[in-house]
Design a protein around this ligand. Structure first.
Ligand SMILES: NC(=O)c1ccc[n+]([C@@H]2O[C@H](COP(=O)([O-])OP(=O)(O)OC[C@H]3O[C@@H](n4cnc5c(N)ncnc54)[C@H](O)[C@@H]3O)[C@@H](O)[C@H]2O)c1
Length: 254
């Protein structure tokens, strides 16, 4: 799909990988709608991007709020062609820790935000895309964000890894479901990226995270994630696949 003039909804768009994606897509000529929590800096991030961006505070798990955000996007820019799911949370807790068994609410909340929230956006964005005229033989592209934790989850990552494995699992069936509507669905499984999540760590901890990454021997840059989103949108034959973006990192148990 050609990006010029298209509209992209980006969840988690006020921070990290989502915000980097917004920048890459704007550079490629897209309008972007940054969907993030009211507590995030959505308005400031959208203002930095100019008239081609708008911010809409919403929770990805809330059907009405996401419906309203999509309506706002199409009202302002005329269509919704690309949806990128970057909203997510990453709590860490062991199955049985010093304080006892894993908090079940933390497990459920992680699955609710990362997996149910992603599917909520997928289903509502796809319904909007399906109602639009195709551009050639494409109506839309949806990109989800899993994690390499879906495959090599570490100690303390039961909830996070399970939520991300769910995203990996839905990728092919959703791509199959939406084939008739001419909508492609691709999931990126990032390794370790230098986002605000990691920025607060001391240099020693950041070096330790980078130490196991074979090549390039460093943390991923958010723009490199945004670049893959761009490449996915532009390549019409890429569909129903999960792509690791990790510099060949395979995470150890801890
Ligand atoms: N940074 C990494 O190394 C890394 C690695 C693998 C996967 N990921 C995944 O990439 C995605 C983006 O991560 P990031 O590093 O940019 O993190 P981040 O914390 O910088 O950004 C996540 C954004 O999601 C928003 N968000 C959280 N819950 C939300 C909700 N319920 N509704 C709407 N917005 C919500 C937050 O406000 C935040 O702006 C996440 O899904 C994360 O799990 C990140």
């Amino acid at each position: 799909m050609q990006i010029q003039g298209k509209t992209a909804l980006i969840t988690g768009g006020a921070s990290g990988l989502g915000n980097a994606t917004a920048r890459v897509l704007v550079e490629a000529g897209a309008n972007v709608v940054l969907l993030d929590l009211p507590s995030a800096d959505g308005d400031e991030r959208a203002a930095e991007l100019g008239d081609v961006a708008l911010s809409t505070p919403a929770d990805v798990t809330d059907p009405q709020q996401v419906t309203d955000a999509i309506a706002l996007a199409t009202e302002r820019f005329g269509s919704l062609d690309i949806a990128v799911n970057c909203a997510g949370i990453a709590p860490a807790q062991k199955t049985v820790g010093r304080a006892g068994p894993h908090d079940l609410d933390v497990f459920a909340r992680t699955v609710q935000v990362n997996l149910v929230g992603t599917f909520n956006v997928v289903r509502l964005a796809a319904a909007q895309m399906a109602s639009q005229e195709p551009d050639g033989d494409e109506r839309g592209v949806i990109v989800n964000t899993a994690s390499i934790a879906a495959f090599d989850g570490q100690m303390g990552q039961a909830a996070y890894a399970a939520s991300k494995a769910g995203i990996v699992g839905l990728t092919l069936p959703v791509a199959r479901d939406l084939a008739r509507e001419l909508i492609r669905v691709v999931t990126i499984a990032p390794g370790t990226f230098d986002t605000p999540m990691l920025a607060g760590l001391p240099q020693e901890a950041r070096d330790a995270l980078a130490a196991d990454i074979p090549h390039p021997h460093r943390l991923g840059e958010p723009g490199e994630y945004g670049l893959l989103v761009r490449q996915i949108v532009e390549n019409p034959y890429l569909n129903g696949e999960v792509i690791r973006l990790d510099g060949a990192l395979r995470m150890k148990a801890r």
